[in-house]
Design a protein around this ligand. Structure first.
Ligand SMILES: [Zn+2]
Length: 126
């Protein structure tokens, strides 16, 4: 599925998001200058990203969404972490709580450990 932005309406969600698949989505708006999508919220579903987005469409905090479905919840979790970290560093994220790993999994965020690694490196004082 492409990562273009769509209007967050139940009808649109049903059309563009396959049911019963794990997936990651971003909610946001469009830049007034050039119409490009700016994400403000990152979310994931381990089993059915369509129904998750349908839920968001009932109470839309944001008008647009992007969504991508994955074969496994592991893959979806890693992608959610990737987007969450990228947007968190950008300072525009609405949901500031780090994504939870899928229940009954021992998955760890690969990007958190990367960060911890770089924090332990000696800082250059030059
Ligand atoms: Zn992380």
């Amino acid at each position: 599925m492409s990562m273009s932005a769509f209007l967050l309406l139940p009808m649109v969600v049903r059309l563009v998001v396959p049911p019963g698949r794990p997936g990651v989505y971003m909610l946001g708006g469009l830049e007034s200058s050039d119409g490009s999508f700016f994400p403000r919220f990152v979310g994931r579903s381990d089993s059915d990203v369509q129904s998750c987005l349908m839920h968001h469409a009932q109470i839309p905090l944001f008008n647009y969404f992007r969504c991508r479905s994955y074969k496994s919840k592991e893959e979806a979790y890693h992608m959610e972490c990737f987007y969450w970290h990228a947007l968190f560093e950008f300072g525009k994220l609405f949901n500031l709580v780090h994504p939870d790993a899928p229940s009954n999994s021992r998955l760890k965020c690969p990007y958190c450990s990367e960060q911890r690694l770089s924090q332990t490196l000696p800082h250059s004082t030059a």
